[in-house]
Design a protein around this ligand. Structure first.
Ligand code: MSP
Length: 633
């Protein structure tokens, strides 16, 4: 993308680990904005978080620190280049929330009143009857509770007509159009004022209202302001540069707070309105939204580890039509890798590079620009059309269409090889000139393909650049450079070739061994083969040993307290190999879903993994620190 802009993801709730849905939104933001300011973070206040902390026996601060770190640490693993990570517990953010509240309060848009309504604790908001489905919250599928209390209200109704006009005058303010229409339909009914406080007697985990110390701020009024506090509002340089070009990315679950509350909050506070709200659909599993509460989440890191990061990112961008729901399915992922990445892209790169090696000793040939167009010269116009189309589609978040534009070019290049049949041009004379030109054009096409795929598959793009003898650290992906034809310098010598995407054999279980068709024959003392599904029934987790002591009257057993995100007791037969006092602080691997068993009267909730080292045992430990509860795959 040529014009820099500011992009945000939702800041994610810290009541559960990140999953594929969170990864999707954040990868989109990364894809769309490798040239811009990109903010993500975590949303850490409110009842939901407080309850999740209680459930784990931690105080809220310890708990939010832990889960926020899971998000913060996941993003670099997915090659996501956010410029800043905001937490709503950051003191600078909390100060801004209070400042904005004071301003809106002073201008008369906040009033105190008693309210009785239907409240969903999962959504942290009141529902109107007509929003419920069969009397239940549509997202959490539970009946909301009737709550009656005195609270502060934000006069949203005052801004209803202004918002309708704003949306009508700015057709791409909310996009795709279906969500714009959804918001406009909602605004046809009178807008209720927003309850923006919670009494501390009920919820204390939040930002105190600057004008009433007995109340905390409603979590959405707090969270939405992250988008400006994260830029150093009101005086920060970042705020001045990037707020005028702000775009948010969210899924449809949080359309209402972003499409209605947020623009009205900005208007009431006298802050310019953001430019675009980009709304995507859900990743579903068997037609249900993937979510922690439904217990059907897919872990992004697992997919990365099995299939490779770029293949995973590509699949997410390619298989979801931005705005619509998509069903996640591992077989579809494998098929995509095999057809689009291994067959189309991988083969193209390997064909072009091996012909360069074979016919020109790996040296980029000089094209003959005087040659008359004989069909294969069309490559230039196909490439230029692909760049233009890609740029246009990516600007409007139509990622799958942007990818289709690249694949048009890839397929045209593969066809060019078949029709120009370079192997028939090897003879000499004019044909030598043609051969040089075809190969040069194909190499130039690859340069452009690598630039276009860069936002989606940055590592692969850089790898292709390297194989073309070009500088992978240069800003080779800039649209201006991709719009130029003929900038690959003839005479460059290409390095040795290394294939990009091995095919995944679908006959064996894909997740078990990508790229390997056959399993090695087992050693005779190894237990019979199991499938990946068998293996994935095991839940292995990292745990920190908090305390250990000998079990009275036992020669072998130690009673070990562990922190695995939750506290557990495990009885382990390692006392001949370890002194209890040496174990505290050690990070070990635990089988977390082993049925509890009673040993010497103590219930053991899991098992520590240890190697049989003659003599004694050696615990499996980690060579770097990990968050307790992290999965081991
Ligand atoms: N904390 C609020 C957002 C506050 S923003 C000021 C919140 N957090 S969340 O953890 O529930 O994240 C919701 C967002 O995560 C969705 O809007 C979407 O971006 C992403 N996704 C979570 N589950 C998803 C799917 N199953 N599919 C696609 N994206 C999903 O709401």
């Amino acid at each position: 993308m040529t014009t820099p802009f500011y992009i945000t993801t939702p800041i994610y709730y810290v009541n559960a680990r990140p999953h594929l849905g969170h990864a999707y939104t954040t990868i989109i933001a990364d894809v769309a904005t490798r040239l811009t300011f990109f903010l993500t973070g975590t949303d850490e206040h409110g009842d939901k978080i407080f309850q999740a902390a209680e459930k784990e026996g931690l105080n809220p601060k310890q708990y939010v620190d832990k889960i926020s770190d899971l998000f913060r640490n996941l993003w670099p693993e997915l090659n996501i280049g956010n410029n800043h990570f905001i937490r709503t517990t950051d003191p600078s953010h909390m100060a801004i929330v209070q400042q904005v509240l004071s301003r809106i309060h002073a201008s008369g848009d906040i009033y105190f009143s008693e309210y009785k309504g239907l409240y969903c604790f999962g959504c942290e908001r009141f529902y109107t009857e007509r929003e419920l489905i069969d009397g239940k919250c549509p997202d959490h599928e539970v009946e909301p509770k009737i709550i009656k209390e005195s609270n502060y209200f934000f006069k949203m109704s005052r801004y209803q007509n202004w918002l309708i006009e704003h949306i009508q005058h700015n057709p791409d303010f909310i996009r795709p159009e279906r969500y714009r229409n959804e918001v406009l339909a909602f605004l046809k009914e009178p807008l209720e004022d927003l309850c923006i406080s919670r009494p501390k007697s009920r919820i204390s985990w939040g930002i105190t209202l600057p004008f009433d110390k007995d109340y905390v701020t409603y979590v959405w009024f707090d969270a939405l302001l992250n988008y400006i506090s994260g830029l150093g509002y009101p005086d920060g340089k970042l705020f001045k540069t990037f707020w005028p070009v702000a775009q948010h990315i969210v899924a449809k679950d949080i359309l209402k707070p972003h499409g209605i509350y947020w623009p009205i909050m900005l208007k009431a506070a006298g802050i310019p309105i953001y430019k675009h709200l980009n709304v995507h659909g859900y990743w579903n599993i068997d037609q249900s939204k993937m979510s922690k509460s439904l217990g059907n989440v897919v872990e992004p890191l697992q997919l990365k580890n099995v299939y490779g990061l770029d293949a995973f990112r590509f699949f997410l961008m390619r298989d979801m039509v931005f705005g619509l729901d998509s069903n996640f399915n591992e077989e579809a992922l494998v098929q995509r890798i095999n057809s689009d990445l291994a067959n189309d892209l991988g083969n193209l790169v390997s064909r072009v590079l091996s012909m360069t090696r074979k016919y020109f000793k790996s040296t980029i040939p000089e094209p003959d620009t005087g040659l008359v167009d004989t069909g294969w010269m069309e490559l230039k116009s196909t490439a230029m059309a692909a760049v233009t189309d890609f740029d246009k589609q990516m600007q409007v978040f139509a990622f799958h269409k942007g990818i289709l534009a690249i694949w048009e070019l890839i397929s045209q290049m593969n066809k060019t090889i078949d029709t120009a049949a370079p192997w028939n041009l090897v003879k000499g004379g004019n044909q030598q000139a043609e051969l040089k030109t075809v190969i040069y054009n194909l190499l130039e096409g690859l340069r452009i393909v690598s630039g276009l795929i860069y936002p989606i598959m940055p590592d692969t793009a850089q790898k292709i650049q390297r194989q073309l003898g070009l500088d992978p650290e240069s800003r080779f992906y800039l649209i201006e450079k991709l719009k130029c034809w003929g900038i690959t310098p003839p005479g460059l010598v290409l390095p040795a070739f290394d294939p990009l995407f091995p095919r995944i054999e679908t006959t064996s279980k894909p997740a078990a061994s990508p790229g390997k068709a056959e399993a090695p024959s087992p050693r005779s003392d190894i237990k019979p083969l199991i499938t990946f599904d068998d293996f994935s029934k095991l839940d292995l987790r990292v745990a920190t040993i908090v305390h250990a002591e000998a079990v009275p009257k036992s020669k072998k057993l130690l009673k070990i307290e562990i922190d695995m995100g939750e506290r557990r007791t495990i009885v382990s037969g390692i006392s001949e190999s370890y002194r209890p006092e040496d174990l505290t602080g050690l990070q070990v691997v635990v089988v977390a879903n082993l049925k509890p068993a009673k040993l010497m009267g103590i219930i053991s909730q899991g098992m520590l993994l240890a190697a049989d080292t003659d003599p004694g045992d050696s615990l499996i430990t980690l060579d770097r620190n990990a968050v307790p509860g992290s999965s081991v795959n």
